[in-house]
Design a binder for this molecule. Sequence first.
Ligand code: CMP
Length: 139
Amino acid sequence: ALERTFSMIKPDATRRNLTGAITKALEEAGLRVVASRRVWMSRREAEGFYAVHKERPFFGELVDSMTAGPTIVQVLEGENAIARNREVMGATNPADAAEGTIRKTFALSIGENSVHGSDAPETAAQEIKYWFSDTEIVG
Ligand code: CMP
């Protein structure tokens, strides 16, 4: 089915000027960028976005890394976009990511893993809504 998912190019990647390279990899995987914005997250925004992880030991580090520089927030559209995006991203920890995936190619560590993608339809809908209004998404 044609789906939408939420994707981020994280500060570790924008800092290294990888916005184009990562977007190209997403497009080559059959995903279309139907919304995109560059944001420097506040702590409040990062904490709200990642609220599901707030009890985790790495939460502080996660918020630090997401507020360290600009992030590209995007909505991606395509056939099975959620699974397709997760495939092209690779495993959360770049040490476990398959050859040719974005995280294997570009990520520095589990904390600085260059990209985020929604893990399920419900989270995709929530995450898209957190950053975009309907009129900003142009399919
Ligand atoms: P992401 O897909 O954005 O979802 C939550 C993020 O937390 C994850 O990618 C990682 O960047 C980060 N994360 C997960 N586990 C750890 C960990 N053990 N140490 C630091 N950061 C982590």
